[in-house]
Design a protein around this ligand. Structure first.
Ligand SMILES: C[S@@+](CC[C@H](N)C(=O)[O-])C[C@H]1O[C@@H](n2cnc3c(N)ncnc32)[C@H](O)[C@@H]1O
Length: 444
């Protein structure tokens, strides 16, 4: 069942099968094909393949159709047998590239970033300061057919019979699984899939990297009762109420992570990078790019539990100052707790777009932006540029939002100097980029 309100004719072509030549990859985990002039976004395909594509969404008047490759007539050399038995047309929607060799997945991400930078940002890879590679995280360089177990947080959906699984692509239906191959060992060991969850809608399982902390966050269905949780390991348990509030049932209300030689408290619902190497890798890339100096002032926008604010504060030293801004109340409490020993750090709660103008700050030496998937937006980009920073680090989990914001940075007088891209979400279409910007050279 797809939970969308559409006129019946809007999906009139669902189930139709077309033989198509698969074109380039597009942002979102699919490839572009055409049938009688209409564009199809085809999942489970690879560029250059000839496939039978079955329409999953759309009708004759749709701007484009969505489809699954259900039969591969001519396979790409990059194709592998999907290691996960729950991946494939109509099945689990968690991974996009199970059927592509690991190196090929990264090449697809290179093509997507390149296309987004050019189309939305007006930048070539050279102009972005990018060497055109997506770097695997250390330890993730696996052979064909192997899968890195990187996901330290997995959100399971529970079906009407109380079985935990993962959602199908663009659907509320649950694909029952007995194991998720990309789940980190600490998540798999909890055994969420092997017990029943009657009356429960979702179970999020978290395995901290920097400690042995494990947590499950349970959302009961309306009127559902919280079960007595007996998992295969000791865990802390949290419950989500009908308004989205998170409450402690037993154990700690947070997990402890490690990065940049610090322990970070991350409360339930607070953001922490999912790949176990991500926080360390991103701090390293951002600090290498910014090269903070003693006594400098720095901003950490969208600071979460304070990761970059802490790293900046250590490097600008006692004569420097760092301001973090974050909208999540619990994350702000954690950031203040995590950085309580550094009195040169201040954390403000609220949206960057409202809090930053209110601070009255007129200049900063360094700025880190790590916005959500929607990006920072025009007003924030302009505001950041108006502070005249020596360098800006933009950490991006969506290449389209990044490219749009880079165009605005260009208009505001900032150009990318160096960009790196990291495969912090193997088997999926997601990718993380770090761009270092500087003031554009003054034309004489
Ligand atoms: C990608 S996370 C980055 C967190 C942190 N830099 C880290 O690496 O752990 C984005 C953060 O921005 C916060 N956020 C989302 N929209 C925001 C806004 N408009 N203003 C401030 N913070 C926001 C989210 O709560 C989340 O903590």
């Amino acid at each position: 069942m797809q939970h969308r309100t559409k006129a019946p004719e809007a999906d009139a072509l669902v189930g139709e099968r077309y033989e198509v030549e698969v074109g380039p990859v597009a942002h979102g985990g699919h490839c572009v094909a055409r049938h009688e002039g209409q564009v199809l976004f085809v999942r489970h395909a690879l560029p250059g393949e000839r496939v039978i594509a079955e329409v999953t969404e759309g009708g004759p008047d749709s701007r484009f159709l969505r489809a699954d490759a259900v039969e591969i007539l001519q396979a790409s050399p990059d194709r592998v047998e999907a290691p996960c038995p729950f991946s494939g047309p109509g099945k689990c929607g968690g991974c996009d590239w199970q059927h592509a060799a690991p190196g090929a997945q990264r090449r697809l991400k290179v093509q997507v970033i390149t296309e987004q930078l050019e189309r939305l940002g007006g930048l070539t890879p050279q102009e972005a300061g990018w060497d055109g590679t997506v770097e695997p995280a250390p330890g993730d360089k696996v052979a064909k057919g192997e899968v890195p177990a990187w996901r330290t947080r997995v959100q399971y959906a529970v079906d009407a019979d109380g079985h935990a699984g993962l959602r199908r692509h663009r659907s509320h239906e649950v694909e029952r699984i007995d194991r998720c191959l990309i789940a980190a060992p600490g998540v798999s060991e909890l055994g969420v899939e092997s017990r029943d969850w009657p009356g429960i809608a979702t179970v999020e399982a978290i395995s901290a990297t920097g400690s042995s902390d494990r947590q499950v966050i349970i959302t009961p269905r309306p009127g559902g009762r919280l079960p007595i949780v007996e998992l295969d390991r000791p865990v802390s348990v949290m419950r989500v109420d009908e308004q989205g509030g998170v409450h402690r049932v037993h154990g700690r209300g947070f997990v402890r992570e490690r990065a940049d030689d610090r322990t970070w408290r991350v409360g339930s619902g607070g953001f922490w990078q999912v790949h176990p190497m991500a926080a360390e890798l991103l701090v390293e890339a951002v600090m290498q790019g910014l090269t903070p100096r003693k006594g400098e002032t720095a901003l950490d926008l969208y600071c979460g539990v304070g990761l970059f604010a802490g790293a900046l504060a250590e490097r600008v030293g006692e004569t420097g100052a760092v301001l973090g801004i974050e909208s999540g109340k619990r994350a702000v409490e954690d950031a203040r707790h995590n950085l309580g020993d550094l009195d040169r750090v201040r954390i403000e709660q609220g949206k960057v777009e409202t809090v930053l103008p209110r601070t009255g700050i007129t200049e900063a030496d360094l700025v880190v932006l790590d916005p959500p998937r929607t990006g920072a937006g025009h007003a924030t980009v302009r505001h950041v540029a108006s502070l005249g920073p020596r360098r800006i680090a933009y950490v991006a989990c969506d290449p389209a939002a990044l490219a749009r914001d880079l165009r605005w940075f260009g208009e505001a007088g900032y150009v990318p100097r160096r960009m790196r891209a990291f495969d912090l979400f193997p088997m999926t279409h997601h990718v993380e980029c770090v761009v270092i910007l500087e003031p554009a050279p003054k034309s004489s």
